[in-house]
Design a protein around this ligand. Structure first.
Ligand SMILES: [Zn+2]
Ligand SMILES: [Zn+2]
Length: 263
């Protein structure tokens, strides 16, 4: 089974999972490799960033890598919460400066300084306004975070939007998608298939056919699990979904380089 390139343990502020339990779960689900991509989010309102101790993290994850050698591949990583404001851009760049990591994900958790998770971002906005702005701000962020390997959960708005129709569809935002995909493909930034979102709102096949049409090849699989039993969540189902759209490979990142795996 393919690799899970994005999951969390107790090093993230919103998970209490003992890292070993993720590795054991991966082994029993025959997941090839997992990457511990813990949260780092800076804030504009003066709050201290949500962060973790990098030394403790590396000690524990690298010991696990040793322990599970030959059974489950263990990779290191981080999920940076992207925001276009200079202070966040600088904070994130500084956070990973000089680090040896396998996988760096850039994700949108806040848009225009508002929290997407607690739905405050959506208040007073139509679906068109809120979804379009998220895609546009994602592109703005990727210009400033062009060193990230992967764009995390492009469909994050679908998870928490209060609308009856929460599906993110290519056909509704073709210009925003095309601009974003062209930039990503040109800069070698991979597109993540996030099965946590897919499990809540069905993915739009057209997003994936368009990415491919524009020349996009780099895709990663992510459960975004915060609990051990969600590691590799529905990977079988969604690898079939992508194979049916003509994809042959997915990728994991080792030492910041994409490694192809058969879907
Ligand atoms: Zn995230
Ligand atoms: Zn995550």
């Amino acid at each position: 089974m393919i690799s899970d390139t994005h999951l969390h343990s107790a090093f993230s502020m919103d998970s209490n999972t003992v890292p070993r339990l993720n590795a054991e779960s991966a082994e029993s689900s025959k997941i090839n490799t997992i990457a511990f991509t813990e949260h780092f989010d800076g804030y504009l309102d003066g709050r201290a960033p949500d962060d973790f101790n990098q030394d403790d993290y590396l000690r524990e994850i690298l010991a696990l890598k040793e322990e599970f050698s030959g059974r489950v591949g263990i990779l290191t990583g981080i999920e940076l919460g992207m925001q276009p404001d200079k202070c966040i851009v600088d904070l994130c760049a500084k956070r990973i400066e000089g680090l040896t990591l396998d996988h760096v994900i850039g994700s949108m958790h806040y848009v225009s300084g508002l929290d997407v998770y607690d739905s405050s971002y959506f208040q007073g906005k139509s679906k068109r306004e809120s979804f379009s702005l998220l895609l546009t701000e994602t592109l703005d962020c990727l210009h400033k975070f062009s060193y990230v390997d992967t764009l995390g959960h492009i469909d994050y708005s679908s998870r928490y939007a209060p609308y009856e129709d929460r599906q993110l569809r290519y056909g509704e935002f073709p210009d925003e998608f095309d601009a974003l995909f062209k930039f990503m493909i040109w800069n070698g930034i991979s597109l993540e298939f996030n099965t946590k979102t897919a499990g809540r709102v069905p993915p739009d096949p057209e997003i994936w056919t368009r990415y491919k049409e524009l020349g996009g090849e780099l895709i990663t699989f992510a459960s975004d699990a915060h609990k051990p039993w969600l590691v590799g969540y529905e990977f079988g189902k969604y690898s079939e979904f992508l194979k049916n759209l003509g994809y042959q490979y997915t990728f994991r990142y080792e030492n910041r380089k994409p490694v192809a795996e058969n879907l």
